[in-house]
Write a protein that binds this ligand. Sequence first.
Ligand code: PGA
Length: 260
Amino acid sequence: MNSRIPLFAANWKMNKRIADVSPFMVKLNQGLQKLSKKAGSDFEVVIGPSATHLAAASQAVQGTPIELAAQNCGHAKSGAFTGEISPEAIKELHCPWVILGHSERRHLYLEDNGLVLRRLKAAWEEGLKVILCVGETLPQRKSQQTTKVVEEQLQILKGFSPSQENLVIAYEPVWAIGTGENATPDQAQEVHAFIRGWLKQVFSLSLSENTRILYGGSVKPENSKDLMGKPDVDGFLVGGASLEAESFLGIIENGLKSRG
Ligand code: PGA
């Protein structure tokens, strides 16, 4: 038996005003209270606002089950790194999670696996929990390189001893992000199963069985039930559809329906 509690994470990217944060959290929390009674099973919710919004978000989620994620973190504890966000300060804001290796960071800001590795190291040294994003572009998929690319992105984990508590993997095919075209449940399942197999081969059966693997890329209330109906899809990393509490709640509610 695995111990994978479904996880629903929101990636707000560079959206929302700071003033929007508190009303959103109030609405989300009310919805979550109702949902947890209805769902009857456990699940976790993580919201990833911009770094500028984390302090307000941190206050707003006090006393709720909602946890926070930063969208990136610096590769060192502190120092002369203009524009970077220190993992130490993220922790200080009571934000336990950080998203690393998002495809927008990789493609728009040219973060390569080496840099993601250094950020990962800094995050784990600070005790942050990491959502590591992996995924292929459309040309890579078309030329049958999906698993090769995903494996290369996973390789950075090799020097560490990750645990099911401090690591979540998000499979986000680049062609599905913000395009309205999600991977089919079968396409997602195929890559998730590959990732789980890789974790078993490189680390252990226990890590492989207990690590949550999220799907991301045009997730919405209309497709979350079918996607989560697949055995290796343990939740989502949601961009656009996480910006309104109603649609994010719809994703969670429908996703959990697949769990009976
Ligand atoms: P999307 O983004 O849900 O808007 O496709 C997902 C992501 O980038 O994490």
